[in-house]
Design a protein around this ligand. Structure first.
Ligand code: ZN
Length: 306
């Protein structure tokens, strides 16, 4: 064949190729539109993932390709997935773990805490408080009590909470300390600061002094059988997302280590005397973050209507 013929064939191949690509795209778009119309009749079963995305956006040509996560089965945008080797072949994975790996930490499950045999959380800053005693014979933690605290009241940051629990607070440093905290001996197992940082003052195996006179459905002395968690905050301010993240990870760890049966606010077990954690604490958020069943939240009013 002559050079001219070769050249002509090449051009022809290119044109046919272009036409084929366009035809395939038209077919895809057409299928997407038809799927949108027939979606309710189950045509979606046959449609591929891209058509699924097209149905949602209503713009088939611009829809982001969708993939099905090989591990958890969730449908997700292709850009939100990673390629992994799966049983010898390369597949796309889009579950939380994969997203974490590519996009950095997301929400609560990115934090995981462990409680050692002595009742200390490995990831917490350990500040042993002298305000502690053994739990009564046979008592184990079955209740988690959520509090709020800020020192001075409604002021965040600083080290006053830790100093209070360590009996080193200078009560001349603020009129509130002078009036209310002189000689006070208290502690909680945990403090969660505004940035989510976790401090532990008392082993979970021991009794901290956080609840005071209290009653959990007829059972007095809640310190005997509870773990106290203080959120740095007040009754007038919303808590930080980082605090919910730490709290849910902590509750999850405690509930898997101890026979926890319920969570309560300090106000629930000491009504009339205490108001914390206050109206800004989102119990439903904690439940959602921890995925604990309704029975763990006996003071929450659950709506039966969706
Ligand atoms: Zn309290």
């Amino acid at each position: 064949m002559s050079h001219a013929t070769n050249f002509f064939l090449l051009i022809l191949l290119f044109i046919v190729g272009q036409w084929l690509v366009k035809a395939l795209r038209r077919h895809d778009a057409h299928t997407a539109q038809r799927t949108g119309a027939d979606g309710a009749r189950g045509a979606a079963d046959k449609a591929d993932n891209r058509n699924g995305a097209a149905r949602q956006s209503g713009a088939p040509q611009l829809a982001e390709p969708m993939i099905r996560c090989v591990e958890c089965g969730v449908h997700a945008p292709k850009s939100d997935s990673v390629v992994v080797a799966w049983r010898g072949i390369l597949q796309r994975r889009a579950c939380a773990a994969a997203r974490r790996a590519t996009h950095g930490p997301r929400r609560s499950m990115s934090v995981e805490f462990t409680v050692d045999a002595d009742g200390w959380v490995a990831q917490a800053r350990k500040l042993p408080s002298p305000n502690v005693e053994a739990r009564p014979q046979g008592a184990v933690p079955t209740l988690i009590v959520v509090h709020n605290i800020s020192l001075p009241p409604d002021e965040f940051g600083g080290t006053a909470i830790a100093e209070l629990f360590l009996n080193t607070l200078d009560c001349n440093a603020h009129p509130y300390y002078d009036t209310h905290l002189r000689g006070v001996r208290v502690s909680a197992h945990f403090v969660i600061h505004r940035d989510g940082a976790l401090e532990q003052f008392v082993s979970c195996n021991e009794r901290a002094w956080h609840a005071g006179p209290s009653n959990f459905f007829g059972r007095e002395r809640c310190n005997d059988f509870s773990i106290g968690i203080e959120l740095e905050g007040s009754d007038t301010t919303a808590f930080e997302a980082a605090q919910y993240d730490t709290l849910s990870a902590l509750v999850t760890a405690l509930a898997s280590r101890y026979p926890i049966e319920a969570l309560a606010g300090h106000a629930d077990i000491a009504p009339g005397r205490k108001t914390d954690p206050g109206p800004h604490f989102e119990w439903a958020r904690l439940q959602s973050d921890t995925a604990l069943a309704d029975r763990y939240f006996p003071y929450l009013k659950f709506s039966k209507t969706p």
